[in-house]
Design a protein around this ligand. Structure first.
Ligand SMILES: [Zn+2]
Length: 366
């Protein structure tokens, strides 16, 4: 691991229970015999470790309060770039309550809980809080409503790059309007392209003018091309096959394309695409928190073993749950098969190269 973990300012350990805490005690959680009596526990140190420490930690947690939900780390972590965030605005269920996080198969790390941030302003502030905590110095943010995206761009100008969300349908802008948006410097990324939600393949003729524009202006493109998405009627998993991007790449060989979730779960097809077309990059975003962590690690390991670690980028796909940023970072941090260099590449270096950023101009969090 190349990033620090310690006890946070609120007294809550940010490390895992099996790690050593700052008091030097190894915290272990034993199954107690019925009745709570364990004849093997004989020393004072044992009693402190097994009875008193957990109680102190519980008290610290209960006293922490909502402001300490995200404990601070003692060491400044290395910078991260999040290439996939959304400013979609808060939405609620028919009964007026905020939706719980979506997780496939009840992923334990997810908890299926609603976010602690349940208004538009709180989503922005919650996202910035998490970005600061993990030293995420820059995020690519897109949304269906340009007013909401503008609020994020204006709310934290040094933190966000604007992406134009597009499905290729009737609500998509005229190409001339999009050209003006890129020319103005207000937007720097085309995407997320969500045509798969509208039953449209990546090589659908409706998208062609937009790809042509992005290639002409040298604008990076993020596309949702993978086997799953939100369960809406027009979504088609079959249209997420990564090789469906091949005709687009053939027509636009200079297109700076990055693929959401590295095409999960089509590892073979994604590997073929990325080896054949070195200009193609990919992010690891939703799969860092929506599928079981083991499944994410298996997928990431497959791509890294195929030699693609220098073209995978960190993303969170934060939608209305800023907490997913924390889970996303942890998912990459806990991938023990990554070398420190590979982890740095995924968190930062690959995005610097792909987006042609000058790291010296990225503003550090104070
Ligand atoms: Zn997304």
């Amino acid at each position: 691991m190349d990033r620090g973990s310690s006890v946070g300012s609120c007294g809550i350990p940010t490390s895992r229970p099996s790690d050593r805490d700052t008091l030097g005690f190894r915290i272990e959680y034993k199954r107690e015999p019925l009745g709570g009596f364990d004849p093997t526990r004989t020393t004072t140190a044992d009693r402190f470790r097994e009875e008193i420490m957990p109680t102190l930690l519980l008290i610290a947690f209960l006293r922490a309060g909502p402001g300490c939900l995200f404990a601070q780390r003692s060491a400044a972590p290395s910078p991260i770039i999040d290439v996939h965030l959304h400013a979609v605005g808060m939405f609620y269920r028919p009964d007026g309550t905020p939706p719980p996080r979506v997780c496939i198969n009840q992923v334990p790390e997810c908890g299926n809980k609603p976010s602690a941030f349940t208004t538009d302003d709180a989503l922005l502030q919650g996202t910035l809080t998490l970005m600061q905590r993990y030293n995420i110095v820059l995020g690519v943010v897109s949304g269906e409503d340009s007013v909401k995206v503008a609020r994020w761009l204006d709310g934290a100008p040094h933190r966000f790059v604007g992406g134009w969300m597009l499905d290729g349908g009737r609500s998509s802008p005229q190409v001339a309007r999009l050209r003006r948006a890129f020319d103005s410097g207000r937007y720097s990324v085309l995407g997320e392209i969500t045509s798969q939600y509208d039953s449209r393949a990546p090589d659908d003729p409706a998208l062609e003018p937009y790809f042509a524009l992005a290639e002409e202006l040298d604008v990076p493109v993020l596309i949702h091309t993978l086997g799953f998405g939100a369960p809406i009627p027009k979504f088609r998993s079959a249209l997420g096959h990564p090789l469906m991007l091949e005709p687009v790449i053939k027509r636009h060989p200079r297109l700076r394309l990055y693929v959401e979730n590295a095409g999960y779960p089509f590892a073979d097809e994604m590997t073929a695409l990325m080896i054949q077309y070195p200009q193609v990059y990919a992010d690891v975003s939703t799969i860092t928190w929506i599928i079981p962590r083991e499944a994410f690690h298996d997928y990431l390991r497959t791509l890294v073993r195929a030699g693609l670690s220098r073209r995978l980028m960190f993303g969170s796909d934060q939608i209305i749950w800023p907490e997913t940023i924390e889970t996303a970072v942890e998912s990459v941090e806990t991938a023990e098969f990554l070398t420190a260099e590979q982890r740095r590449d995924i968190f930062f270096n690959n995005a610097v190269r792909f987006f042609r950023l000058n790291p010296d101009t990225l503003k550090a969090w104070e």
